[in-house]
Design a protein around this ligand. Structure first.
Ligand SMILES: Nc1ncnc2c1ncn2[C@@H]1O[C@H](COP(=O)(O)OP(=O)(O)OP(=O)(O)O)[C@@H](O)[C@H]1O
Length: 369
């Protein structure tokens, strides 16, 4: 084989490696400087691969994908991959590049739509709805992240079926685990199971700051934030950190839940956030005989919406598959999309795909890669 052919083959292998994506960072490995020397001698390809960290959990997947991509290039008969690890300097350069010059991924120059999911009372289904909404939006091809800001009562990892997941750290950057197409981060991924989190305001504020700046979400279309119930420290911190965010208010049809839900929306407005609308959860359950069981009464969602001057965006009925899906970490929007609660959530996701705040006039947040 002549040299130009070997060079052309090596170039073809490199181009094929451009289609291998790091499953955690979600960028082609060639853009992440993970591919070193590539050569092809008489059909035998040799590839130097640098992983970001020792013991990279995605190592096996990346190496397998590299082998498959190279082997698929016509003319390549065998593939040898030498796996190494980036030097500290290389890793620092990469994390600096990924982080870019933006102080926050979700600052005013970001194109990501940030939606806070809030409620007055606990237990109204806010986390269950956030998880399902995230998965529903991701299933339509959007790039979606979820921040579990319910630090004391985190439940997002379990709802998404990644209860035991631990984020990978690359230098200063934290890579969020991906579940059902959604990048999710939660304090539950950092503490030992069973350990209660009992922090005061400043610690909560710092954690929220870190979630928004040190967790590498990449370019998201939508970031959903599951707030703790009520109007405590976290809601106030996020009001300061994300004044451009929009707020979804979750309530049950019950009058008592509705009144406190309204208060959480008013606090959001005080920080400059806009209230998108109300989602009523645990609405009437249709019985086998056709009658409707209104376990939590009626009208709470409409009452809050009217007082806030916003629409009721969805009414999600009580649903056993929704609850079971949450317990199993298998969101109902994926497992039983025809279930009435799943259908209502999918319709809500469709409504949220359309921005209420136009992008015109806003600067483009250019990805520094
Ligand atoms: N539409 C529904 N039908 C049946 N069960 C539901 C529905 N929505 C939520 N649930 C169940 O209600 C319980 C509370 O839901 P969830 O944890 O999502 O509430 P929450 O508002 O996030 O609570 P907290 O903020 O206190 O953590 C869960 O067991 C969940 O499975």
């Amino acid at each position: 084989m002549t040299r130009p052919d070997a060079d052309a083959l090596a170039a073809a292998v490199r181009a094929a490696l451009g289609r291998v994506v790091d499953p955690e960072i979600r960028r082609p490995i060639t853009e992440l400087d993970m591919v070193g020397a590539v050569s092809v001698v008489e059909g035998a390809a040799s590839i130097d691969l640098s992983l970001t960290i020792v013991g990279c959990p995605a190592a096996d997947t990346i190496e397998r994908d590299v082998r498959a991509a190279a082997a698929a290039v016509p003319g390549v008969t065998s593939v040898d991959v030498a796996v190494g690890v980036m030097s500290r300097e290389q890793r620092d350069a990469l994390t600096a590049r990924l982080k870019g010059t933006r102080t926050s991924q979700f600052g005013p120059d970001s194109l990501t739509r940030v939606i806070l999911v809030t409620s007055g009372k606990g237990g109204v289904g806010k986390s269950t709805l956030t998880a399902n909404l995230g998965v529903a939006l991701a299933s339509t091809g959007l790039s979606v992240g979820i921040v579990d800001a319910d630090v004391f009562g985190f439940s997002i990892p379990g709802l998404l079926g990644v209860g035991g997941a631990r984020p990978t750290k690359v230098g200063e950057l934290i890579l969020p685990p991906v579940a059902h197409g959604v990048k999710a981060i939660s304090i539950g991924m950092f503490v030992d199971p069973g350990t209660p989190v009992s922090w005061r305001g400043p610690m909560l504020h710092r954690t929220m700051q870190q979630f928004l700046s040190d967790v590498f979400f990449g370019d998201l279309d939508v970031l959903l934030i599951d707030l703790p119930p009520g109007t405590g420290d976290v809601a106030i911190s996020l009001g300061q950190l994300l004044p451009q965010a929009e707020v979804l208010v979750v309530t049950t049809p019950q009058a008592a839940a509705a009144e406190v839900a309204e208060r959480s929306a008013l606090v959001a407005r005080q920080t400059g956030q806009s209230v998108l609308g109300v989602v009523e959860n645990m609405a009437g359950l249709v019985q086998p005989d056709g009658s409707v069981l209104q376990l939590f009464g009626e009208g709470g969602g409409a009452a809050v919406a009217e007082r806030l001057g916003v629409p009721v965006l969805a009414s999600i009925p009580l649903s056993i598959p929704l609850r079971e899906g949450g317990d199993a970490g298998a969101p109902v929007v994926l497992t039983s999309p025809a279930d009435p609660a799943a259908a209502a959530l999918l319709a809500l996701a469709d409504r949220l795909r359309v921005r209420s705040v136009p992008l015109a006039g806003r600067p483009l947040g250019v990805t520094p890669l």
